[in-house]
Design a protein around this ligand. Structure first.
Ligand code: SF4
Length: 142
């Protein structure tokens, strides 16, 4: 759903206009259903830019998942930097083997939801308004 999301587009615009030489220095990487906008292949570092004005657990989880996917595709001990231009702050994420187990647990939960005959209940949290899936989750049958 991210291709339809204005919020995702806004985040990409901030990333593209804040770090002007980034697209030249780093590569876009699409693998196993994830898309990393800025990957420094030489140093094995993911650069993730967040437009948010606060550090959220979901940002860390997203990047941990990226690192787990890279690891199982033979990238040794990948790391990440999450950058918050609005906060002028960076979060550094060092590689940990625990990311692999966490990623497997998340995948198992996602698979269980996908295979279920029933949609899960709406969580109805504030984060939903910023989620790319908002329209899909909150659509109402007429
Ligand atoms: S909009 Fe849907 S997918 Fe997004 S956080 Fe809310 S319940 Fe989850």
């Amino acid at each position: 759903m991210e291709h339809n999301s204005e919020i995702v587009a806004e985040g990409k615009l901030i990333a593209d206009t804040t770090y002007l030489d980034r697209a030249r220095k780093y590569t876009e990487l699409a693998i196993e259903g994830i898309k990393i906008d800025f990957y420094d292949a030489k140093n094995r570092v993911v650069h993730e830019v967040k437009k948010s004005d606060k550090v959220e657990q979901a940002h860390l989880a997203q990047v941990k998942y990226y690192l787990a996917v890279l690891s199982r595709n033979c990238i040794e001990a990948p790391e990440a930097i999450i950058e918050y231009p609005k906060l002028k702050q960076r979060e550094f994420l060092k590689w940990s083997e625990s990311f692999v187990k966490e990623a497997e647990e998340w995948e198992a939960k996602a698979a269980a939801i996908i295979q279920s005959e029933h949609c899960p209940e709406l969580i109805q949290k504030g984060i939903c308004k910023k989620c790319a899936y908002y329209e899909l989750c909150y659509i109402e049958e007429i």
